[in-house]
Ligand binder design. Structure first.
Ligand SMILES: Nc1nc2c(c(=O)[nH]1)N[C@H]1C(S)=C(S)[C@@H](COP(=O)(O)O)O[C@H]1N2
Ligand SMILES: [Mo]
Length: 390
């Protein structure tokens, strides 16, 4: 047999769209799932951009330090809208996959490009949802750096999504005019029932994870959210830990009696403060959350020296900005910039205590930064230097 005949024989054995009998393979169902996905992906994209530029602000952008829980809300919406998208995307793919078998399989270059485009959209979306879920689970079974790849891919996926919406818009509007009413006597899942199952699966995934960021009393959070990787009240001193002192390699230096916090740079007087010196300064107590960019948040009661009080003591100017530096020798989270709005906020502390006890070493003993409305990655632990610039 000629090779072309073999290929034709194989193609003939593939099903055609009309072989898929279920009423759920339906453009009305696809249109409604498409709208839900458009909303969830838009929320995810917007909150993702906000989160990215919170972590790496361009020089002209100063984020406000209030409301205290704004970044927490943003990150909760980001992670939960991403998770909500997973069942919706699976349902949509299942609804439309018979279209893959339309004949001729590769009718024209145009049709071929259209299929390649859908592959980019679906593959990219799946990549974002899978890589994001692994990140939420704090598991990194891959060799690339999550942040730049997830960030770049977001533009590919959202760009493709916008083109797709433009292409399908008229068809979707048409579909919405046709009510989804099925004959229930034929048995099986109705189209509305199927949409209900997809929405229900999304809702369960959201509820099942929300307990890691929504402040709920403890037994309720645990009971409601089995998928939560970090429950807000679980960890030393009632707060989860992201990176331990051992893995950061700071145990020896953190408990060394020779520990000093240095305040230097654009100051009237360089300060070298021991832990006792820090405790002797006026203390402030605030309730503030740690909001890990991976999607969990936990509010603690922190006590320590307000950063702006410390700057006054060092004779720094009122418009100073600051860089804090950790005892941790390596890693991207060992230093962070504190911009003016956060420097001037009375709630920005160099914390010495958490929930009424000296900081646990895994929470940054002897001294850590805690500031309102700020990603967890910038709440630097085990501080050794405060560098002031005018
Ligand atoms: N020096 C240092 N500080 C750090 C980190 C780190 O790895 N090294 N991790 C950050 C991250 S990602 C988070 S979410 C918070 C978590 O603080 P916690 O462990 O006290 O909850 O600390 C931040 N501060
Ligand atoms: Mo984090």
């Amino acid at each position: 047999m000629e090779p072309s005949a073999v290929v034709r024989g194989l193609v003939d054995r593939l099903p055609e769209p009309r072989d898929f009998k279920s009423r759920l393979h339906d453009p009305g169902v696809a249109a409604r799932l498409g709208i839900a996905l458009g909303v969830s992906f838009t929320l995810c994209m917007l909150t993702g951009l906000v989160s990215h530029y919170f972590q790496q602000p361009p020089t002209w952008l100063l984020w406000p330090s209030r409301p205290v829980n704004l970044y927490r809300l943003n990150q909760g919406v980001h992670v939960l809208s991403g998770l909500a998208s997973i069942p919706l995307l699976l349902a949509k793919l299942w609804t439309v996959y018979p279209k893959l078998f339309e004949r001729p399989l590769l009718a024209s270059v145009g049709k071929g490009l259209e299929k390649a485009f859908i592959l980019v959209l679906v593959g990219g979306a799946a990549f974002q949802l899978v890589s994001g879920s692994f990140n939420v689970a704090v598991t990194f079974p891959w060799g690339f750096s999550f942040l730049p790849v997830h960030f770049a891919m977001a533009f590919v996926v959202y760009g493709a999504l916008l083109i797709h919406v433009g292409h399908e818009y008229a068809k979707v509007r048409q579909q919405l005019k046709i009510p989804l009413v099925d004959d229930v006597r034929t048995g099986g899942l109705t189209r509305r029932g199927f949409l209900g199952v997809a929405a229900g699966a999304s809702g369960l995934l959201v509820l099942g994870t929300a307990g890691q960021t929504v402040p709920l009393p403890e037994p309720l959070a645990r009971w409601l959210s089995p998928f939560a990787t970090h429950l807000p009240r679980v960890g030393p001193q009632g707060v989860p830990v992201r990176k331990s002192a051992i893995s950061a390699g700071v145990v020896g230096t953190a408990i060394d009696p020779a520990y000093r916090l240095t305040v230097s740079g654009a100051v009237g007087e360089v300060l070298e403060l021991s832990l006792d010196d820090l405790r002797a300064l006026p203390q402030t107590t605030v309730d503030l959350p740690i909001t890990c960019v991976e999607g969990w948040s936990s509010t603690g009661t922190w006590t320590g020296v307000a950063l702006r009080d410390l700057l006054v003591a060092a004779g720094a100017g009122p418009d100073s900005s600051v860089r804090v530096v950790s005892l941790q020798q390596s890693g991207v989270y060992s230093t962070s910039a504190v911009d003016r709005p956060h420097v001037q906020d009375a709630k920005t502390l160099l914390a010495l205590e958490l929930n009424g006890e000296p900081l646990h070493i895994d929470h940054g003993f002897p001294c850590r930064l805690i500031a309102p409305n700020r990603p967890g990655v910038l709440q630097t632990k085990w501080l050794t230097r405060v560098e002031v610039s005018a």
